[in-house]
Design a protein around this ligand. Structure first.
Ligand code: F6R
Length: 621
C-alpha cells in the first residue's frame, strides 16, 4: 500500500542506498521467476535493455549463474532495441553489447536470443518489426521487462512523441540521445540517426516491468515520469497506466521525488538543520522572494506551520537561514589565516595548506574550480592537481591525426636521419587511423597520442592558473586505460594508485567529484575508488586533519541548500578562468553558465550579487 510520503508517486518507486543493492534485489526476482518456470517445465520470457544502467544487474545475473548454479536454458530473451545500420559485430551494436555483458557468460541457448535486426534494408524494416512482435506473442508475451530511462524520458528508444500504443518500429533518435551516445561512438557524427525499437505498446504489454535508474542526472526525468501527468513527451510516463510496473532507484536518481526533495509537503518531518535550510530556500525560490522578506503566512500556506512552531516566527527563522547562507560565502577557500574562523566554511589552520585536487578527466578541475585554484595558489597554499585518467577516450581522431601529421612533416622539414623513429611512429599512427575508420577501435599507440594531447592541454591550462609543472600529476588509472566508456572494471590496482598519491601528498584539503554521478561514468567510478582509498588510508596521520570538498563538474549542479562553501568570482576572475579553459579543445558550452547560475541563486535569496560562484559541499565519509 502506498504511504503518505509516496502520495504523488503514480508508479511505485523503491529508493535503494545504491545501484548494487537494487541490482541484487532485481536479480533475485529474476532468478525466482526462472526457477519457478523450470520447476513446471516452462519458459521464462525476459525483455532486456542495454546501456550503462543494466550492466551491474547483468553482472549479478552472471554471478548467480557461476556461483549459485542459476541456469538460463529455459529463458527466452527479447531486447528492446538496436541501432539501424550497425553490423552485429560493430563495437557499439547492442547485439555485441549483449554478448559481452551477458550472453557469453551464461548458458542461454543462441536460438532463444532475440534482438531487433539492425541490418535489414530500409524496405524490410516494417515487416521485420512486425515479425518481432509476432515472435514475442508466440513466446507467450514478456514476463518481465527490464528498462532503463534516457534523459529524454525514453524507454527503449521511444523518443518524445511516441504514442502509447506504438508498436516495434524504426525511430529517429533524439538529439539528446545522440549526444549521450557520442562518447561511446567517439564523436557525435558517428552516432547512428535511426534505431529499431519495441514500441511503448509492446513494452506495456509485458506482465511485469522493472525500470532501473542511477545517479542524479536521471533524478529530474524520473520524478517527472512518476509524479507528473502522463504525456507522450515522456514515454516512461505511460508506465503509470501499467498495474505492475516499478522503478528501482539509487539515492541519486530518487533525489527529485517529492518525498526526498520536499518531504514536508508529504507528511510530518523531523526538522534537522539541513532540512530547515532546504525548506526556507525552497520557499524563497518558490515565491520569488528574498529569504529576509518571507512572512509567517508564506510558511503557513506552504505546509510549514510546524516549522514556525519549532523555529519561528518567520522573522527569526529568516535571519537564521540568511546568516547560514551568508557564512557559506568565502573568497578564502583555503581558510583565512589569523582570522576568527567560526563562521567561515574552511578552518584557518593549518596555514598554508596542502590542497589536492582530483580531476577524473582533464578539464574537470578547471570547469568546476578554476577560480578556486587561482585563489588557493595566490593565497600561498600548495596546490597539487591529480588527473585520475588520461581522458584519451574524449579526444577525437582528427586531433591525433593533426599531431601525427605535424610530427611527420617536421621530420621532412628537418630532413635529419635521427627522425627515423618518430617518422615511422607517426606513419604507423596515420596508417592505423586510415584503416580503422570512424567506428574502429583505437590501438595502444593511438590512445597514447590522444593522452599526450590531453596532457599538453592540461599543462597549458593549469599554467595559466599559476600552477607549476611539478604540481601536476597524471595517474592514468588502469581501469580507464584498459576499459571502454561506461563498461569500466576498476580493481585493486586503481585503489593502490590512489592510496599511493594520498600517502605521498598528505593533503589537508581534498577536492573531489562524482558523488552524484552515474556509477558507471568516469567520475562515478573515480568517486567510488576514492571512497575506498580514503577508507584504506583512514589510519594515516594526515587523515586526522584533512577535509574533503565535493564539487560538481559534468553532473547536476548543487542546489543552493546543498552548498557549504561558495567561492565568489568577479567578472575578471571568470574571464581568466574561461581563458585558461580555452586551452582544452574539447570544452563544452555550459562553461561559465553554471557558475553564473549559482550566483543568481544566491542573488535571488537576497545575498550579494556576484558575477559567478564556484560551489562546494563538505564531504561526510
Ligand atoms: C537501451 C534503451 C534505452 C536506455 C536509456 C538509458 O536498450 O533502450 O532506453 O535504457 O537510454 O541509457 P543508459 O543506461 O546508458 O543511461
Amino acid at each position: 500500500m502506498i504511504s503518505e510520503a509516496e502520495q504523488f508517486e503514480k508508479i511505485p518507486c523503491i529508493a535503494y542506498e545504491n545501484s548494487s543493492e537494487a541490482c541484487r534485489v532485481l536479480a533475485v526476482e529474476v532468478s525466482s521467476l526462472i526457477r519457478e518456470r523450470q520447476a513446471s517445465n516452462k519458459h521464462a520470457v525476459l525483455g532486456l535493455a542495454t546501456g550503462s544502467t543494466p550492466v551491474p544487474f547483468y553482472r549479478e545475473l552472471i554471478r548467480l549463474h557461476k556461483e549459485e548454479g542459476l541456469s538460463f536454458q529455459n529463458v527466452i530473451t527479447f531486447n528492446l532495441d538496436e541501432y539501424f545500420g550497425l553490423e552485429p559485430e560493430h563495437r557499439e551494436s547492442y547485439y555485441r553489447f549483449m554478448r559481452e555483458q551477458l550472453f557469453d557468460h551464461i548458458d542461454l541457448p543462441d536460438s532463444q536470443i532475440n534482438i531487433p535486426p539492425g541490418t535489414v534494408s530500409r524496405e524490410q524494416v516494417f515487416q521485420a518489426c512486425r515479425y518481432y512482435e509476432t515472435k514475442i506473442e508466440e513466446a507467450g508475451g514478456i514476463d518481465l521487462q527490464i528498462l532503463g530511462i534516457g534523459r529524454t524520458g525514453h524507454i527503449g528508444f521511444n523518443e518524445p512523441g511516441s504514442a502509447e500504443d506504438s508498436p516495434t518500429r524504426m525511430i529517429t533518435l533524439d538529439k539528446v540521445t545522440r549526444e549521450d551516445a557520442a562518447r561511446d561512438f567517439l564523436g557525435i557524427d558517428n552516432v547512428p540517426r535511426f534505431a529499431l525499437t519495441m514500441g511503448v505498446g509492446t513494452i506495456i504489454r509485458a506482465r511485469r516491468i522493472a525500470l532501473m535508474a542511477w545517479g542524479e542526472n536521471k533524478a529530474d526525468i524520473v520524478s517527472k515520469a512518476v509524479e507528473d501527468e502522463v504525456t507522450d513527451a515522456i514515454s516512461a510516463s505511460f508506465l503509470q497506466h501499467h498495474d505492475n510496473a516499478q522503478f528501482l532507484l539509487d539515492s541519486g536518481a530518487a533525489s527529485s521525488l517529492t518525498r526526498k526533495r520536499h518531504p514536508w509537503l508529504v507528511g510530518t518531518v523531523d526538522w534537522s538543520d539541513a532540512l530547515i535550510r532546504r525548506a526556507v530556500t525552497w520557499l524563497s525560490r518558490e515565491l520569488d522572494k528574498p529569504v529576509l522578506k518571507l512572512l509567517d503566512e508564506d510558511y503557513n500556506e506552504h505546509g510549514m506551520s510546524d516549522l514556525l512552531t519549532e523555529c519561528g516566527p518567520a522573522y527569526q527563522l529568516n535571519i537564521r537561514i540568511f546568516n547560514e547562507l551568508q557564512h557559506t560565502i568565502s573568497g578564502w577557500p583555503g581558510g583565512k589565516p589569523d582570522e576568527d574562523d567560526r563562521h567561515r566554511p574552511e578552518r584557518a589552520l593549518p596555514f598554508p595548506k596542502r590542497a589536492l585536487i582530483f580531476a577524473p578527466e582533464p578539464s574537470d578541475e578547471l570547469r568546476a574550480l578554476g577560480g578556486t585554484i587561482e585563489r588557493l595558489v595566490e593565497q600561498g597554499h600548495t596546490v597539487d592537481v591529480v588527473f585520475l585518467t588520461s581522458g584519451n577516450l574524449g579526444v577525437g581522431d582528427s586531433a591525433a591525426e593533426r599531431f601525427a601529421e605535424v610530427l611527420k612533416e617536421l621530420a621532412d622539414v628537418q630532413g635529419a636521419e635521427d627522425w627515423n623513429t618518430p617518422v615511422s611512429y607517426a606513419g604507423q599512427l596515420l596508417d592505423h587511423l586510415a584503416a580503422k575508420g570512424p567506428f574502429g577501435e583505437d590501438n595502444a599507440a593511438l590512445r597514447s597520442i590522444k593522452s599526450l594531447v590531453r596532457r599538453s592541454e592540461a599543462r597549458h591550462a593549469l599554467r595559466a592558473c599559476g600552477l607549476a609543472e611539478k604540481h601536476i600529476h597524471f595517474l592514468d588509472l588502469p581501469f580507464y586505460e584498459t576499459g571502454r566508456y561506461r563498461r569500466f572494471k576498476p580493481d585493486d590496482n586503481d585503489v593502490s594508485a590512489l592510496c599511493g598519491i594520498l600517502t605521498k601528498l598528505e593533503p589537508h584539503q581534498i577536492y573531489m567529484t562524482g558523488s552524484a554521478s552515474d556509477p558507471s561514468s568516469v567520475a562515478g567510478v573515480c568517486y567510488r575508488l576514492f571512497q575506498t582509498a580514503m577508507t584504506q588510508t583512514a589510519k594515516e596521520a594526515w587523515q586526522r586533519d584533512c577535509w574533503t570538498w565535493l564539487y560538481r563538474s559534468g553532473e547536476k549542479p548543487f542546489a543552493s541548500y546543498e552548498i557549504d562553501m561558495a567561492v565568489p568570482m568577479s567578472p575578471g576572475q571568470l574571464k581568466a578562468k574561461l581563458t585558461a579553459l580555452s586551452q582544452y579543445t574539447q570544452e563544452d558550452e555550459s562553461t561559465g553558465k553554471r557558475e553564473r547560475a549559482v550566483a543568481q541563486y544566491y542573488d535571488q535569496l537576497g545575498l550579494a550579487d556576484y558575477e559567478a560562484i564556484e560551489a562546494f559541499r563538505l564531504w561526510k565519509s
